[in-house]
Design a protein. Structure first.
Length: 314
């Protein structure tokens, strides 16, 4: 248990205060990112003029279960970097793994209600166990961190948060449980962290378009891709014949912008809050198969990573 007066030294951009239930809150903090532009994260922006790219988004979101097939190629990592993966578990084994983990990913299928129920149950139980943690969201991009900060401190309503981030159009349609998770986090003083890249950046990379100076500055750096990861990507996309084969390299680059940006944000959080865990909510396609976000996190730091899939939870 962490005492109410326990406090870490001030860190640039993130001043931390913990309470009796392991809460993680920074009443005077600056934003995690210096980028202040507000983006609207919504898959709908790809539908009208970018149908092939929307197919790509859809494949990695709603059809994430295909990424768990036995035909996948798994990334080669050192034993210390290989994440532990649990499927549909709840009990002693789960909580032993959670206790050891720095980063806990929940690989969801966005339109599967049971996955969201699992996420809420996990968050509530971690609070009950007085575990210090924050919640990372694929569903918010990094430029929206100021709005999440405002929600955390009670300065804006959930309706305003959803409206100003586009969450009401892009994500809330999948499940009302997202709202319950956000409300639980605010009520119990758990910080919410925006993980993703902006849709405009990903869209431009997918279509090979030139980037603005600000967008170039948002690109993650220092990560390495491989032909093995590309072959894995191609094998997965091959299941969806509507995706033009000639665009695979560009779409692979876009997928890496997503994954590497989320990895970079997770690493940034861990540098600033090494005493707290991060529960990262993301589509299965971003965390499964030995590549994706955990793979990139492992390239830069040896952390205990745990991947949870809510499959067939009893």
């Amino acid at each position: 248990m962490i005492s109410r007066t326990a406090r870490r030294p001030s860190l640039p951009g993130f001043i931390v205060q913990r309470g009796a239930e392991g809460d993680l809150r920074s009443p005077e903090r600056e934003n995690l990112t210096s980028a202040l532009a507000r983006g609207v994260f919504g898959l709908r922006i790809f539908v009208v003029n970018f149908s092939s790219f929307f197919c790509f988004c859809f494949c990695f979101g709603l059809i994430g279960t295909c990424l768990l097939s036995a035909r996948q190629v798994h990334a080669e990592q050192s034993p210390g970097c290989v994440p532990q993966t649990l499927h549909g578990q709840w009990g002693a084994a789960l909580w032993q793994a959670v206790a050891k983990a720095n980063i806990i990913y929940v690989g969801e299928t966005h339109d599967r209600p049971g996955d969201h129920a699992y996420e809420l149950r996990l968050v509530r139980e971690m609070i009950r166990r007085r575990i210090a943690f924050a919640i990372g969201w694929e569903m918010f991009d990094q430029t929206q961190q100021p709005l999440l900060d405002a929600w955390d401190r009670g300065a804006i309503s959930l309706q305003q948060l959803f409206r100003d981030t586009g969450f009401d159009r892009a994500w809330a349609v999948y499940s009302p449980i997202y709202s319950k998770i956000l409300k639980t986090a605010q009520r119990c003083a758990r910080t919410n962290v925006a993980l993703n890249a902006t849709p405009a950046l990903v869209r431009k990379v997918a279509h090979g378009q030139s980037l603005s100076h600000r967008q170039r500055a948002q690109l993650p750096r220092g990560f390495t891709t491989s032909e093995a990861s590309y072959r894995n990507f191609v094998s997965l996309m091959g299941k969806h014949p509507n995706l033009p084969a000639g665009h695979l390299r560009s779409f692979f680059a876009a997928q890496n912008v997503w994954d590497q940006t989320m990895a970079d944000r997770i690493l940034q959080f861990n540098r600033l809050q090494s005493g707290a865990k991060l529960v990262a909510l993301a589509g299965r396609g971003h965390v499964a198969g030995g590549f994706g976000v955990p793979f990139y996190v492992g390239q830069k730091r040896t952390l205990q990573q745990l991947i949870l899939f809510p499959d067939d939870l009893q």
